[in-house]
Each structure stands twice: as C-alpha cells, then as structure tokens.
Write a protein that binds this ligand. Structure first.
Ligand SMILES: *Cc1c(COP(=O)(O)O)cnc(C)c1O
Length: 417
C-alpha cells in the first residue's frame, strides 16, 4: 500500500488537487527540485502516510520514526485522540481572528499556566505558530523591560528569523544577514562563572536552552539552570528558558527546567505541543507577563481554536497514558542499550529521556544516518560526530530494541562509506 491516493471526491475538484496524490517518489522529487527554494537540501524520501511510530514512503516502505519530525510528533503519527480533537474542532469552528476568544484557547492557556507555574503565579500566554515566532515574542518582551542587553550562549539555537538569529552565535549563519538586532552578548554554555561575569544591571534577559538540541544534545553541568535563576534574579534580569525542543515531556518532565526546580520568567514551547499541528506558546510569569500590551504584538493565526485543541489533546494524552514515565523508562533503555554496544565508533551517549545524542569518535554521523534510513530507521546528524535520537513519547521497548540491534551494522556501513 502506498497511500498516495486522495479520496475520489477531492480528485474530482481539480487536476491540481488530484495531482497532490498518486505520484511516484521520483516525480515528487523532480517537482520539488523545480519548485521549492533550496533551503533544506535535496529531500531523501517522500513520505505519504504515518501511524504510531511508523511512516511509509511513496514506494510503500515502512520506516521507524526515531526523530518524530524533529521532536514534534510526541504521540506519533495519526494519533486517534489528536485526530478527533482537530477534526471535531475544525468541523465546528476553525478560525475567528484575535478580535474574539474561544474556549479551547483559554483552556490551553490555563493548562500551560499550570504547567509552568503550578497554577498559583498567574502566568500569561501568547500563542503563535512556531518556535521562532514565540521566541520573537519573548525577544520583544525583553525590550520592554527598560533594558536592552541579552546574554545568549555559544552553540545556542533559537530559530531563523532576524530576531532569533541575533541570539545565535554561529558566524556562518549570522554574517549574510547582518545587521541583526543588537546588544546581544555570547558566553560559553554551561559556564556559571561566565554568567556571573556577564550579567549586570544593564541585562534585560538571559536566554538558555536547558539542553542544546541543535548543537548535538549538549547538557549543561548540574546546577547550571539554578545558578542562572539566582544570577538573573539578583540582577533584576529575566530568565528566558527556550524549551521548544526539550519541553512537552521530551525529557521525562513537562519542561526540562523542572528537573532543576527552576521556573523561568519566560518559557517558550512549540515543537511537541501540537503533535504536528503548528503551534507555539510564549508563557511569561511575574512582571514579564504584563509587558506586552495592546498593539505591541500580534498574530493572525496564533491561538486559533484548532491549534489550541491539538495542544490540549496532546497534553491530555500524555497525562492519561502516563507518558512521562514511558519517556524516562524507554529513554534509559535506549541510552543503556547503546552504551552497551561495543563498537569503536561510539564514544558515549548523552541527553535525557527521549532526547539523546550518540557522540562518535569520528565525523561519520551523516553516513550512519544514511545507512539507517536505507534500513528503515529515521534518525539525524545535528553535528558531524553526533547522532540524534528523539522518538515519539509512545515508543515501545521492542521498537527501541529493533533499532539498537541494527545499530552496529549502520556504524560499520558508516565507517566504510
Ligand atoms: C526548533 C527550535 C527553535 C525554532 O522553532 P521553529 O518551530 O523551527 O521555528 C527554537 N529553539 C529551539 C531550542 C529549537 O529546537
């Protein structure tokens, strides 16, 4: 089964709609090359259908998705609860603009307030459609503190807009797009002394990922977030925690910062929140919650009822099915099993829960990722010497074992390639 065919009534609407289905992989890739901007490099597969932790390509081959659309498909593909929440909402009311409120929007805001603050600190939420956009909102909040300086870290990734690029240290990404919004200083990640030295009474905010996902799943030393909390509070600066990749249960906590008992003044989440339906949330507590006022920010689609019901459905299923426990258990199983693989290419495994990096002794991550894909396993290579594994939170022990058993073969193939 290839699953590329659309329902007959859609195909009857127009040739273009019919053309969205029923094409071979080669035809889709040819059209992609002709019509899409080359921001991502040539795609490696054409996928047409997903269910649980598996996706099928246009040639009918099944793949175990150990990347979750980049930490997005927390409940896997075509989850029945998310599906019925989204289809029920869109069939009832799909969009109304931000002149008006909807019940699903306020229900999700209440739930995110409870997630971040425990419910008693009175957080406020700004909804948008992606991680970058909620980081943009957070950036604008910091500008309204009366201070402008932002401290970011080397290796950080906060998105691709000009604002979020200004928070990214990499010269390679920044240079072509300068001038970027200014007054951003970069310090080494995980270094408390550098934080202490950099933060002063001119600092508006410190922005941090609890684990640097794009940088190759880099963890800070124990106590780093707690120190950042103390240092920012003492200087009257905001602590802005970017949980876009680490949040929504990915590491076994709703938010990875909760492992350290730290609450940010601003917390941004996105990726896993909508299980693939685009949504992000900027959650602010304390005085930071009241800085954006009428006219200072906005979004046409942000907070629409379909995206918000998707977020509520995801959170409800994580709760109902005790998935945080599954993340902790399967994450430990994955890390222990890979650590036990005796192979000269593996140096060590890092990360938490179901956000793991396998650090290699040689720059072979892309070749190994390609070998895994050929065998029907999706992982990626955020750095030349790091494999990233971020499966759906519903992954089972058997599925993890099937990957780990096959891994030495991929390592051998990658070493030879
Ligand atoms: C992915 C990511 C972003 C950007 O999110 P988009 O939805 O791609 O705009 C920002 N910060 C972190 C930590 C991320 O992992």
């Amino acid at each position: 089964m290839t699953g590329t065919d659309l329902p007959g009534e859609l195909s009857a609407v127009s040739d273009q709609l019919a053309a969205a289905g029923g094409r071979s992989s080669a035809a889709v890739l040819k059209s992609y090359d002709d019509h899409l901007m080359r921001t991502f490099g040539p795609p490696k597969r054409v996928f047409v259908r997903g269910e649980g932790c598996y996706v099928w390509d246009a040639d009918g081959r099944r793949h175990l998705d150990l990347l979750s659309g980049l930490a997005v498909n927390a409940l896997g593909h075509a989850h029945p609860t998310v599906l019925s929440a989204i289809t029920g909402q869109i069939a009832t009311l799909g969009h109304v603009s931000n002149f008006f409120a909807t019940p699903s929007q306020v229900a999700l805001a209440e739930r995110l307030d409870r997630m971040v603050t425990g419910g008693d600190a009175g957080a406020r939420v700004f909804f948008a459609n992606s991680g970058t956009e909620v980081n943009e909102a957070a950036f604008k909040i910091t500008r309204l503190t009366g201070r402008t300086k932002i401290i970011s870290t080397e290796g950080a990734f906060h998105g691709r807009s000009l604002g979020s690029l200004a928070l990214t240290a990499s010269e390679k990404y920044r240079k072509p797009f300068e001038p970027l919004p200014g007054d951003v200083e970069f310090i080494p990640y995980g270094d408390v002394a550098a934080l202490e030295a950099a933060v002063d009474d001119r600092t508006a905010a410190v922005v941090l990922e609890p684990i640097q996902g794009e940088n190759g799943v880099v963890e800070p030393p124990d106590g780093y977030l707690a120190a950042a909390r103390e240092i920012t509070s003492a200087a009257g600066a905001l602590l802005w925690i970017d949980e876009i990749q680490t949040g929504m249960g990915r590491t076994g906590y709703w938010l990875e910062s909760q492992r350290s008992g730290v609450v940010g003044d601003i917390v941004t989440v996105a990726k896993g929140l909508g299980n693939g339906f685009p949504i992000g949330a900027c959650i602010a507590t304390g005085p930071a919650a009241d800085l954006l006022g009428p006219g200072s920010h906005g979004s046409t689609f942000g907070g629409n009822p379909v995206a918000c019901i998707a977020g509520l459905a995801v959170i409800s299923v994580i709760e109902r099915d005790n998935l945080l426990t599954n993340v902790t258990e399967q994450g430990a199983r994955l890390a222990d099993a890979i650590t036990a693989v005796d192979h000269p290419l593996i140096d060590h495994v890092r990360g938490r829960g179901l956000l793991r990096g396998v650090v290699l002794r040689k720059d072979r991550a892309q070749q190994i990722t390609d070998a895994a894909l050929d065998a029907g396993f999706i992982i990626n290579a955020p750095r030349p010497n790091v494999l990233r594994i971020a499966p759906p939170l519903i992954i089972t022990a058997d599925q993890i074992d099937s990957f780990v058993q096959a891994l030495p073969g991929f390592l051998d193939q990658g070493a030879r390639a």
